[in-house]
Design a protein around this ligand. Structure first.
Ligand code: PRP
Length: 196
């Protein structure tokens, strides 16, 4: 079993109140921007799940919801190569719809760049990006992000959808992992201060 969150937590970066206040603001802004538009929210699994669940409850315009699961080759080492494989595709057509992609974090940007390319080819009416966290210092692919919850420094974060070794997604805060924490010795991802 993994250690308790307290055992690996260095400090809380964004507490539940601050998260919820900002998500309410984003929901309001999105509701204003998509008034009278045929909106579909597209969550990128699995990290976006918790953010999506809270965000959508602050979006007061009618919308539908879909999910996509993608993985980057080499993502386990947090060295996205730009080669993104679809593990689970959307169930709904996005042609002619106003698409808002919902992510937990944009790091190198490779995942999002590929998702944008894939979805753009399906001829949506518009395509925008909403990310809870933006680790801009790590960016390798230039892109415009339309809605950003919190720009963050290059620290290894977990909680509120973001995992370590698939655990801790349920935490109500975004925490920073103590340096040197290694959960899975078989996966060097968890010893690097660059994931999550
Ligand atoms: C994370 C995150 C993004 C991606 C960002 O997903 O949710 O999809 O990495 O990294 P990038 O900007 O460097 O491409 P992850 O592969 O950890 O999967 P998960 O959402 O299932 O945790």
């Amino acid at each position: 079993m993994p250690p308790s969150p307290e055992a690996i937590l260095d400090y809380v970066l964004i507490d539940p109140d601050r998260l919820q206040r900002r998500i309410a603001e984003l929901g309001q802004q999105i509701s204003d921007d998509y008034r009278d538009k045929n909106l579909i929210l597209v969550g990128i699994l699995k990290g976006s799940l918790v953010f999506m669940a809270d965000l959508m409850r602050h979006i007061v315009v009618p919308h539908t919801l879909d999910f996509m699961d993608v993985t980057s080759y080499g993502a386990g080492k947090r060295a996205s190569t730009g080669d993104v494989r679809i593990l689970m595709d959307l169930h709904l057509s996005i042609e002619g719809r106003h698409v808002l992609i919902v992510e937990d974090i944009i790091d190198s940007g490779h995942t999002m760049a590929q998702v944008l390319r894939l979805l753009e080819a399906r001829r949506p009416a518009s395509l925008r990006v909403c990310t809870l966290l933006d680790k801009v210092e790590r960016r390798e692919v230039k892109m415009d992000i339309d809605y950003i919850g919190f720009p963050i420094d290059n620290v290894f974060v977990f909680g509120y959808g973001l995992d370590i070794d698939e655990y801790y997604r349920n935490l109500p805060y975004i925490g920073v992992v103590k340096s040197g924490v290694t959960l899975s010795e078989s996966d060097e991802n968890y010893s690097q201060p660059s994931a999550g």
